[in-house]
Design a protein around this ligand. Structure first.
Ligand SMILES: Nc1ncnc2c1ncn2[C@@H]1O[C@H](COP(=O)(O)OP(=O)(O)O)[C@@H](O)[C@H]1O
Ligand SMILES: [Mg+2]
Length: 398
């Protein structure tokens, strides 16, 4: 999760100042603005009478009893409704605590607060906002190039549309080399490069011009797939484009190229479900370890980071086992997909998806299971219960 909020902190003590500065250093708040002022509640009231209200206020106060409620009433007068307030106060009274929460204070800390506590309560206060998002975003990223991340993203997009009969938008972010248009046999007139170039004026009608229809319920924002676009993605432009896209479909599938820069990091941290694809060899193990170490502290507990091992069985010698990945990455693979040259090359050469060229292949069934897992509608246990025996059951048992 990445929070994009304005925070105003009005503090009195060193300890709280340090806690607030710890927030500022946390990646969760990289895209937030943080304004820290001395002077506690008095400074907050003064500031708010002259400025618009930040989405989150962190306020320290020493007032007690009636004086405290006078302050809170004064605060309510200058605050826009819906503002989240975290209060650090001096009074230890359980009834007070209840009254404050009733009055719309998100959290009350007695006397002081640590950076961790503050972070946890901000996440709580804004979790609801994230839950209310219209769509679910699923990001696909390879530990290395060529591991099959794009192919899986394209197939999962189509499976989500078919399984749940919901709108899916597949966004190919590999500007120069993307293959989503090839997977869906499209010759896009407009691409993600055009959308990025127009990011500043993006809205739904404009976006409709850039989307191509790939299949029933699947629209694509294709990559140009050539070297000439001259467009470079920036975190800001991409955010503006995705903000609109997320209003337009139930699922947004992001095909992220194998590169490492701020917008890639944002996408991996921010997605509801991040799928990290690797093949079982040593280089993937090293890069996978680095990726999981980066993602674990930056993604919320609720948002899964999935490990998918792909092309399993391709290497006859020197392949690593699932267990080696589990031990080093601290995460079990959600699924392992066998190397299946016949099905994947047929899909590539025909410009079709696995379901069309290899309906009965094991790899097609596993990709369907992957779509179910990332859908957010079914848990692994649910899926295991539904499948009485057979391939799926054995996959999910692991
Ligand atoms: N399980 C698999 N078995 C065989 N070939 C695969 C498998 N998964 C992907 N491929 C093939 O690997 C190649 C690279 O896949 P791609 O999705 O472009 O990789 P990435 O996006 O990770 O760079 C493609 O030709 C794809 O069809
Ligand atoms: Mg790719």
């Amino acid at each position: 999760m990445i929070l994009r909020i304005n925070i105003g902190a009005f503090i009195l003590t060193d300890a709280v100042r340090n806690a607030v500065h710890e927030l500022g250093d946390d990646r969760l708040f990289l895209r937030s603005t943080l304004n820290v002022e001395e002077g506690g509640m008095a400074a907050a009231l003064n500031f708010l009478s002259q400025h618009s209200t930040p989405e989150l206020l962190i306020i320290e106060t020493t007032a007690q009893d009636d004086a405290l409620f006078d302050e809170l009433n004064a605060l309510a007068d200058v605050c826009q409704p819906g503002t989240r307030v975290i209060l650090i106060g001096a009074e230890n009274d359980i009834n007070l605590f209840k009254t404050l929460i009733d009055q719309g204070i998100s959290q009350y800390f007695l006397e002081t607060v640590t950076g961790e506590e503050l972070k946890a309560s901000v996440v709580d206060a804004f979790a609801e906002k994230a839950m209310n998002a219209k769509s679910r975003t699923i990001a696909f990223f390879g530990m290395r190039g060529g591991v099959g991340s794009s192919e899986l993203a394209h197939n999962v997009a189509s499976e989500l549309a078919q399984l749940y009969n919901e709108d899916v938008i597949l966004v190919d972010l590999d500007i120069a080399f993307g293959t989503a248009a090839l997977s869906y046999n499209l010759q896009p007139a407009q691409t993600v490069a055009d959308a990025i170039a127009q990011a500043g004026s993006m809205d739904e009608p404009l976006m409709m011009r850039y989307l191509e229809s790939g299949a029933k319920n699947v629209s694509l924002l294709c990559a140009p797939g050539n070297l000439n676009s001259g467009i470079e993605i920036t975190p800001q432009a991409l955010e503006m484009v995705l903000k609109v896209i997320k209003q337009m479909a139930s699922y947004v599938v992001l095909d992220i190229p194998h590169m490492w820069n701020p917008w890639v990091q944002d996408m991996l941290v921010d997605a509801d479900d991040t799928v990290i694809v690797g093949t079982p060899d040593l280089y993937n193990l090293r890069d996978g370890k680095n990726l999981f170490e980066f993602l674990a502290p930056n993604r919320g507990m609720e948002a899964p980071t999935r490990l998918i091992l792909n092309k399993v069985g391709e290497l006859k010698k020197g392949a690593l086992s699932e267990k080696e990945f589990t031990d080093v990455l601290g995460t079990k693979p959600s699924l392992s997909i066998p190397f299946d040259g016949d099905s994947f090359s047929a899909a590539m050469n025909n410009g079709e998806l696995l379901r069309a060229v290899a309906a009965k292949a094991d790899s097609t069934a596993i990709v369907q299971t992957l779509a179910q897992l990332v859908s957010g509608k079914e848990t692994k246990t649910d899926l295991a219960k539904k499948s009485k025996g057979g391939l799926l059951a054995s996959l999910l048992k692991k």
